[in-house]
Design a binder for this molecule. Sequence first.
Ligand code: PLP
Length: 402
Amino acid sequence: MSIYADVKKGPAIEVFALTQAFKDDSNPNKVNLSVGAYRTNEGQPWVLPVVRNTEKNIASDENINHEYLPVTGLDTFTSAATQLVLGADSIALKEKRAFGVQTISGTGALRVAAEFLYQQLKRNDVYYSNPTWENHHKIFADTGFTKLHSYRYWDQNKRQLDLKGMLADLDQAVPGSVIILHACAHNPTGSDPTQEQWKEIADLMERKKLFPLFDSAYQGFASGDPDRDAWAVRYFVDRGFELFVCQSFAKNFGLYCERAGNLTIVQKNGATRDAIHSQLTLIIRGSYSNPPAYGARIVSKVLNTPELRQEWMGCIQSMSSRIREMRQALRSKLVELGTPGTWDHIVNQIGMFSYTGLNEQQVRILIDKYHIYLLKTGRINMCGLNTGNIDYVAKAIHAAVT
Ligand code: PLP
């Protein structure tokens, strides 16, 4: 009998299973609206031209070698990433009480953050929105957190943020609880708090002494403007919170598989920096020793070179505006078809995803009958839509709803 005989097969990861089913599907009309990756109007992945040129330059640079990076990564990358999220004129940066460490993309930033909060700050309560990116639960549970809670976020009837429910749930949290907040472009709902609502959230979190952990996977990708997308983070920093920001460069640089990420730490004062830095170093050392250089070199070069940075801004604007056009187009087509229900939420939501409000049965029809792949919660990746398939998708949604 094998020593592995009792290992049970775990559940499939929905988003990867759907992508596989999409690949295996031979129907010519098939559409993949599941995975969170940008697609061009031709339905293809997009290597940002500024990224392509930068990688060519890096590849031909004889001074670059493949030595290990330091455990906490490439300094020029972490400082640029930290500045991107906090802002060049951030008071925390000026007072030298913020720094970053490189991580294995956004997921790795969350995992390193969770390990630090659990081991060093002895936190055991974490709150994430209901719904949220499904990995939040897993990352914190795998780290050892045993008190995993969700807070209300989405009002399914009104198809908008349930601020009252959110505040009521956070009001029950014990002081010191870690509260995961989506910095912008909430995944999966595409609904962010307004600035006024963020102020109410901050008031409550300050009063209850809750710890903000911002998950920033879509900076710049959401509105096309990285400063605008970082408003909530900067507002909390300006109010004096100590906090973490977990940054991903998967979407806004199109560097999905290169795993470029950063964990930004904001402190009350810089005196705690060296101790925090050393503990993060030990956590990373024991997990994967040191991070990959490829993606970080590209991001660093682009963010630290004014002309390239400008070019990158153009790229994120073009991605976010194509998404906005698809939102308008899908809503108009559903309205034109007279599809029952209101569809304004599709244009009011922001970022890559739309939480359509379609139920599980309607999703099943879309997958089985129309070969349109989406999550069973009704979340669709707007980037999967294009001028070639939007009529087909709108008609299929109409048929599934009626
Ligand atoms: N956080 C959220 C909300 C996400 O949607 C994602 C990716 O889909 C991530 C974090 C992390 O992504 P990655 O590890 O690819 O950077």
